[in-house]
Design a protein. Structure first.
Lengths: 677, 135, 205
């Protein structure tokens, strides 16, 4: 088969699997699991095959595959079903296929008894299909279709536990916030197509290369709004932490590895458009810097393990946008790939931990002994993934992050032509700061989750044994090890990757490597020291609510943990735990960081309240003003009707009088007319 | 003889009958007024028959027929009045108001007060049922 | 007929027949007025006799003698008797009854006067130049009889069937039903009371 044919199969297979799964879900439950896993697995295999065929991309001398067919004329700017397979596309598709397959396999264990599993699996398949479409599409409109399908799938999947109010609110919030970004995004796409005369990415890039764009800054900023919404960048990132109310596999697939990366991928695809406007690059750099630092601080204050990872995701996406801001899309996609692998691993391992511990609260886990021994697979893989997240040298995260920082340094020192030096400095400084903070929260997470508290000789009242949930399902553990491999070893590809991308070197430079690794070690050691200082408190202050369902599927524990977090700890995000090293590290900032720097409150004051007030006004206008006219219009006919009713006296003589009076009038009129008057 | 004399007399009698039909309360008096109107027409028929010298004497023949029909009409009418009187206890025309628009259910807005009115005047519905039963 | 040809017989030189016609007409009209205005129901029937008799006299003056006698026989002889019976059967009050006229009186008067004015105006306007030649009698009994049974015999027979039907109908209508009559009368009384109360309610409102 030719490469385009294979590439069409990649999004098509999960789509067919989703349709079949939705249709057969109730009637043939036995087919649901194969229908969920096999098409995705097959797509992943085909994606790998395409990647092997395309190996080397532009750098290796092989032209990107471009295929297009126009189904029907669609007016002045044609919309075509187009494929554009370059190095970025094929590698991201491999990542999507890998993570989606892992998540589908993991879900068969994680949600094994869920009555809504068929629709869940079908939606995940549909999402996978849409993501493949976004990755492979060579036409912006077709890309947008996949983009929006992903959004709606995210809405449904975040709301999977719709019995809990948190999940309902989170799904609505995720949908509305991403749509808020998508409106300018759509306008930006139209503006771009109007300027370039086509929706085809290749033609758009050609137009950019020949200077055919009239409003590059406007278009770039409009598109950035959509990217910020989808990739959870400041100021539209607020939906992502709340989206953790969804099942863990969904968080791993959609809200860590793939969908949120779509925005970054989109910018990488159209980087020349953004690079045409220095202002857009500076805005992108500032956005990335604020996102990185803010989310890292917030991650340090979170109590829910998944919210820590969510803020971490936002921060790592910030690294990617930072790389884009300095014009190095190879580094961005490199980080996207390594981050996709280790963050999916982190989430899936967190799902195992939540099940094993019976809680999603780090405060409760920190008072638990023996958790490490119950789930050795999750412990070791999580350790690997956290090391990758913190960018400790041999792990994949180190190489990708260093690629970003190296590019930033490159731009800051003015070696990258079109990128303003300020953008480089912003990204470099914030990136280094974030490297330290990342190490801090990764260390905190690891310590709180896996290290039992240092209690001294006396038995402590607050410390409990981890509940026994039996062995974790094999599929879940196996998936963790599969994902651990790229987290561990993806870095060795650093020499080969530039051939797939634009050709720029991605190897770490000495200065930034030493600086970043040093800062990372500082962050980790400081956190460890703080933890040594505070952990004694854990034994004295009992905190925690644990649910244990040894026989039930893991998702039940998670749903209950989410639902009970607010009643047990007073907040969805934080817990009043004095033994938390993050509390000591952040000091007075902790209060604000725990609630995401009150951005939600600001949005409430800025948008929600005025909207509600306007709704009240509209309701008042409708009820009291418009309806008054309606009622007034009804009153006159009613009066007329009442008058007509009063005439219906039932007295025959009255009727006859009226009849004859009318006859007389008519007769007089007739006579007058006949007389010619 | 001047044709205007019988014609004007007929008009005056007719309008007198008209007044009676519209103004009298007793049904039998209404019937009398109807007879006056019929006779006014008869006078016209005879007068025009004489004036036109009709060879078929259509005017007079029709007058005779009208008289016969009036006799039949008065018989039927009186029996109807008798029956009404027997059923309703009255032969007053302006009390036979079954076709009047009752202040009953008018619109959806008035449903509640009407329901209350029905509840407070159960005899109204009872009377309506009685009227139905006796009709 | 032109105005010139009619000129000799003017309004100002009435013939004897005309004088008699107008006088009898006045009596008839007055009797009719009393019939429709009197407060005594039985008197109304008796004044109706006067009016109908006056009309019979007018027929005679118009040389329609057969119609005149039929008028006397049927109207004065039977119809008025029937009406009197009706009054008695419906227990009409003897003597003055103040509520003989309904509340519709003024509307009725207006309509009647307007109709009379219109019709008189139209009729006078149309026929003021027309004269009736009364020299040759038009309606002698023999002529009328021959005409009736030669040319009008079929309508005449149809009329007899109509009369039969009316006879049967009147009997059916006025026959008392099989049910116990006292209950129905009580019902009727109760209903009348209800009606009276309803009317009183309405007036109060």
């Amino acid at each position: 088969m030719t490469t385009p044919t294979l590439a069409v199969l990649v999004p098509l297979l999960p789509f067919l699997g989703a349709v079949a799964g939705l249709l057969l879900g109730r009637k043939a439950p036995g087919f649901v699991r194969p229908l969920a896993v096999l098409p995705t697995l097959l797509s992943a295999v085909i994606a790998v095959l395409i990647a092997v065929r395309q190996g080397g991309g532009t750098g290796g001398g092989i032209r990107p595959v471009d295929a297009a067919t126009e189904l029907t004329p669609t007016g002045s700017v044609p919309i075509e079903l187009a494929l554009h397979l370059d190095g970025f596309a094929v590698l991201v598709a491999v990542l999507v296929g890998l993570v989606a397959s892992c998540v589908q396999i993991y879900s068969t264990g994680y949600l094994r008894d869920d009555p809504r599993y068929p629709s869940y699996a079908a939606l995940v398949s549909l999402f996978t299909s849409a993501m493949f479409l976004v990755v492979y599409s060579g036409d912006l409109m077709v890309l947008l279709v996949g983009w929006e399908v992903m959004g709606i799938c995210s809405y449904f999947l975040v709301g999977h536990y719709w019995e809990t109010p948190e999940a309902r609110a989170a799904s609505l919030k995720a949908f509305l916030v991403t749509k808020l970004g998508d409106v300018p995004f759509l306008i930006g796409l139209f503006a771009l197509a109007a300027d370039a005369g086509s929706f085809r990415i290749t033609k758009v890039l050609d137009a950019v290369a020949t200077g055919g764009l009239d409003h590059p800054t406007l278009i770039a900023l409009l598109l950035l709004a959509g990217v910020a919404g989808k990739s959870a960048q400041f100021p539209l990132h607020t939906w992502l932490p709340d989206a953790m109310a969804g099942p863990t596999p969904v968080s791993a697939l959609i809200h860590a590895a793939t969908m949120v990366a779509a925005g970054v991928y989109f910018v990488a695809r159209l980087l020349p458009v953004f690079a045409a406007s220095a202002a857009a690059l500076v805005v992108l750099a500032v956005m990335a810097a604020v996102t990185m630092v803010g989310s890292a601080l917030a991650a340090l204050a979170q109590d829910d393990i998944k919210r820590v990872l969510a803020y971490s995701t936002i921060g790592q996406l910030g690294y990617m946008t930072g790389a884009l801001a300095v014009g190095e899309r190879g580094a961005a996609v490199f980080h996207l790939l390594s981050h996709g692998a280790f963050k999916a691993l982190l989430f899936l391992a967190a799902g195992v931990i939540i099940h094993a511990a019976g809680t999603n609260s780090l405060a409760a886990m920190s008072r638990m002994t023996g958790l490490r021994d119950r789930i050795p697979d999750a412990f070791w893989t999580m350790t690997v993934a956290l090391l990758a997240l913190a960018a400790i040298p041999p792990f994949s995260g180190f190489f990708s992050k260093e690629a970003v920082l190296g590019a930033a340094e490159h731009a800051a020192t003015g070696h990258t032509g079109s990128v303003p030096g300020s953008a480089g400095w912003i990204v470099l400084v914030s990136g280094l700061l974030t490297a330290m903070l990342t190490a801090a929260y990764a260390t905190r997470l690891w310590l709180l989750a896996f290290r039992p508290p240092v209690t001294g000789p006396h038995p402590a009242p607050g410390v409990v044994e981890a509940p026994d949930h039996g062995r974790q399902p094999v599929v879940m553990n196996a998936v963790l090890w599969v994902l651990a491999v790229p987290s561990l070893a993806f870095g060795i590809t650093v020499g080969a990757l530039p051939d797939w991308f634009d050709g720029g070197s991605l190897t770490p430079t000495l200065t930034t490597s030493v600086l970043a690794t040093g800062l990372t070690l500082v962050g980790g050691l400081v956190t460890y020291g703080t933890w040594r200082h505070t952990t004694a408190l854990a034994a004295r202050v009992p905190v925690g609510a644990v649910t244990a369902h040894p026989g039930a599927e893991p998702a039940v524990s998670e749903a209950e943990a989410i639902a009970t977090h607010t009643p047990a700890y007073g907040s969805i995000a934080s817990a009043p735990d004095p033994a938390d090293p993050g509390r000591l590290l952040l000091g007075p900032l902790h209060r604000h960081a725990a609630v995401g720097f009150r951005l939600d409150a600001v949005y409430t004051a800025l948008f929600v309240r005025p909207t509600q007030f306007l709704a009240t006004v509209v309701r008042f206008l409708d009820r009291e003003v418009v309806d008054t006219y309606v009622r007034g219009a009804g009153t006159l006919p009613r009066w007329l009707g009442a008058a007509a009713r009063r005439a219906q006296t039932g007295n025959v003589q009255t009727y006859l009088s009226a009849l004859l009076a009318g006859s007389v009038v008519l007769a007089v009129a007739a006579v007058l007319v006949a007389a010619g008057a | 003889m001047h044709l205007a004399y019988p014609a004007v007399l007929a008009v005056l009698l007719f309008c007198t009958g008209l007044y009676g039909v519209l103004a009298r309360r007793n049904a039998i008096l209404v019937l009398m007024s109807v007879e006056l109107m019929l006779n006014a027409v008869n006078l016209n028929l005879v007068a025009f028959d004489v004036w036109l010298r009709d060879t078929l004497h259509a005017g007079q023949a029709l007058t005779l027929f009208t008289i016969a029909i009036a006799a039949a009409e008065i018989g039927i009418g009186l029996s109807i009045v008798l029956m009404v009187y027997r059923n309703r206890g009255t032969s007053d025309v302006d009390r036979l108001r079954d076709t009047a628009e009752s202040p009953g259910p008018a619109g959806p807005d008035d449903a509640a007060p009407d329901g209350a009115a029905d509840a407070t005047h159960p005899d109204a519905t009872a009377a309506a049922q009685k009227a139905e039963a006796t009709a | 007929m032109t105005l010139a040809a009619a000129a000799p017989q003017g309004f100002l030189s009435p013939t004897g027949v005309e004088v008699a016609f107008v006088l009898v007409g006045l009596v008839t009209f007055a009797a009719a007025i009393v019939t429709v205005t009197t407060k005594q129901l039985v008197h109304a029937a008796l004044w109706l006799v006067v009016a109908l008799g006056g009309l019979a006299a007018e027929y005679l003056l118009l040389t329609a003698e057969f119609v005149a006698w039929v008028q006397v026989l049927i109207y004065v002889g039977s119809v008025v008797v029937l009406l009197l019976f009706g009054l008695m059967l419906t227990k009409a009050p003897i003597g003055r009854s103040p509520d003989a006229d309904s509340g519709n009186r003024w509307a009725a008067l207006t309509v009647a006067v307007a109709a009379a004015a219109t019709l008189v105006w139209v009729v006078v306007d149309a026929f003021r130049t027309q004269w009736i030649d009364l020299d040759a009698p038009q309606g002698t009994t023999s002529v009328t009889g021959a005409m009736l049974f030669q040319h009008w015999v079929l309508p005449f027979e149809a009329l007899s069937v109509l009369l039969l039907a009316a006879l049967v109908g009147a009997i059916v209508l006025s026959r008392k039903s099989e049910e116990p009559s006292d209950e129905r009368v009580r019902d009727a009384k109760a209903h009348a009371r209800d009606d009276a109360e309803a009317a009183a309610d309405k007036e109060q409102r």
